[in-house]
Each structure stands twice: as structure tokens, then as C-alpha cells.
Design a protein. Structure first.
Ligand code: G3H
Ligand code: ZN
Length: 282
């Protein structure tokens, strides 16, 4: 069934567990996330990023409606989240499309401009029952930026600044920069567990780990145990999907029916989803 992100995150936080949010690019991603959640017997968050909306021609309705339909038809509790929204226009388009949450990403702006823009997004969301996540610090690695940027201590989230940011914006959850980086295809990120602990003690809302594809299982487990709640995974699904499709097509140069390679590609993503859900269930 389609449930709300707020209830999944609150339940995970109360139970000392994590809840995973997986990025949807194609319908096969949504189907694989639902199947992986059913296989693991766990809830999950289906998230569509602003970049994925752009890929679908900038029109939110088709991919959002299809993803919501997959969630409604599933036996697993699944919620719909709009991810890394930089455009205020797209934020407003989320209303009425099945989204119970949005990550409003003003992390490229200065601190003051980030607070002002995010506060407005929170007022807008809360008037409609939409849960708002925001980012302070910079996870990095988006849009082809060099992933190593996020490993520099200067871009990490400062606990005292995070407390003021949550107080001044009213956000429901905070994405923090603690050593992970977006779009990693190997799992070599080293998290700053001391910083995660300090943020957890200081910040009153659930913390979100972005760029979790590059984080080893043991580090994810340790981060969840220290209080990281929403665990965002995107690239790992694409690595599985493309790897399986590439292997099929390399071995078979005659097939033209896309279902022939989309079946193993989707199944590879399902396995990746189920494996992540087992890691974060504690
Ligand atoms: O918001 C989405 C996530 O941060 C995904 O990051 O593709 O590096 O796993 P990833
Ligand atoms: Zn992210």
C-alpha cells in the first residue's frame, strides 16, 4: 500500500532502525523496489529526483502516477518522495501527485539563502501535510561533480549550525554531509562516525544519509546504530540494472525485444534492494 514517508521514518526512528529510500528512474526501478521490499518483508521509500523528472521531459505526472500505482498494488508499505528539488515550481507540482514528502535542496546556496528558501518550502509543505527534508553541508557528487569533494572536512555538516538550521527552518528531517558522496560505483566511502554521533545528540529531527551506494554494509550498519534514519540509495540500483543488461546484450547480439534484457536487469535491482533492506533492518 501507499503510506506516508513521515510514518515510515518515525516508526524506524522509534525502533532504532533505518528506512531505505531508493531512486526511481524507470518503471522497472519502481517495480524492483516494490518486489525487493516484499522479498525482505520491509517498508521502503520510492523517491523520484528532480533529475529523473527532467529525464521524463519535465512532466511529473506520468512517472509519479506510475510509481504511486506500483506502491498501491504492493504488499509492502511504500511511500512516495520527491528528491533533490531545487526548483520551487517543481516543489509546488508535487501537491496532489501522491507525494507525502519532498527533499528541498538549497545546499548550493549560502547559509542565509538556504534558510530563507527552505523555510518557505516548509511553510508550503506543512500547509498541505507534506513532510520536508533539507540538506545542510554538501554531500557532493551530484551532476558529475568530483565525488571526492564530500570527503573534505570543510563541506561536512557542523552540529551547532545544524541545530540552528533545524530551529530556523522547521524541517522534518536533515540530510547531513558525513563522508558519503553521490554516484559512487564502488563502496569505499568512510563515514565520520564521531560526527554522526555528535549530530544525532544535537539535532532533534531524523538524519538522512545521501550517497549510500558508496558506503560499505558495515559502515551503513554502524551509521544506523548511531541514529542515522533515512538511507538514500540510487546508483547501486543502476549498477545492478546496467550490469545485467550489458551482460545479456554482450552474449546475445540478435535480440530486439527489450523485455529479454529488462527482466534480468529488473531482477538484479530487486536483489540489490532486498540486500540493502536486510543491512539496515538491524
Ligand atoms: O538522494 C539520493 C541518494 O543520495 C542516492 O545517492 O546514487 O550515490 O546512492 P547514490
Ligand atoms: Zn542525494
Amino acid at each position: 500500500p501507499l503510506v506516508s514517508t513521515g510514518e515510515l521514518v518515525s516508526a524506524a526512528a522509534a525502533g532504532g532502525q533505518g528506512v531505505a529510500a531508493f531512486n526511481v528512474i524507470t518503471l522497472e526501478h519502481a517495480e524492483a523496489i516494490a518486489a525487493g521490499a516484499e522479498r525482505a518483508g520491509r517498508p521502503a521509500i520510492l523517491q523520484i529526483s528532480e533529475n529523473a523528472v527532467k529525464f521524463h521531459g519535465g512532466r511529473l505526472t506520468a512517472i509519479a502516477a506510475a510509481t504511486a500505482a506500483v506502491a498501491r498494488a504492493s504488499d509492502a508499505p511504500l511511500s512516495l518522495h520527491l528528491d533533490h528539488v531545487e526548483s520551487p515550481g517543481l516543489l509546488r507540482a508535487a501537491d496532489g501527485e501522491g507525494f507525502s514528502s519532498v527533499m528541498f535542496d538549497a545546499s548550493k546556496l549560502s547559509y542565509g539563502a538556504n534558510v530563507a528558501a527552505t523555510s518557505e518550502a516548509v511553510v508550503w509543505g506543512h500547509a498541505r501535510g507534506i513532510w520536508i527534508e533539507a540538506e545542510l553541508g554538501k554531500v557532493g557528487g551530484k551532476d558529475g561533480e568530483p565525488p571526492l569533494g564530500a570527503h573534505a572536512p570543510g563541506v561536512r555538516t557542523d552540529p551547532a549550525e545544524a541545530v540552528a538550521y533545524v530551529r530556523d527552518t522547521g524541517v522534518d528531517a536533515l540530510a547531513v554531509a558525513v563522508g558519503s558522496s553521490h554516484a559512487m560505483t564502488d563502496r569505499t566511502a568512510a563515514l565520520d562516525h564521531e560526527l554522526i554521533g555528535a549530530l544525532r545528540r544535537a539535532v532533534p529531527v531524523p538524519l538522512v544519509l545521501h550517497g549510500s551506494s558508496g558506503v560499505p554494509d558495515a559502515e551503513i550498519r554502524q551509521a544506523v546504530a548511531a541514529g542515522m534514519v533515512k538511507i538514500n540509495v540510487g546508483t547501486a540500483l543502476n549498477t545492478a540494472f546496467t550490469g545485467a543488461a550489458r551482460a545479456f546484450l554482450a552474449a546475445d547480439t540478435k535480440t530486439v525485444d527489450p523485455r529479454k534484457y529488462l527482466v534480468p536487469a529488473r531482477e538484479a535491482m530487486t536483489g540489490t534492494v532486498a540486500a540493502f533492506l536486510k543491512v539496515i533492518s538491524g
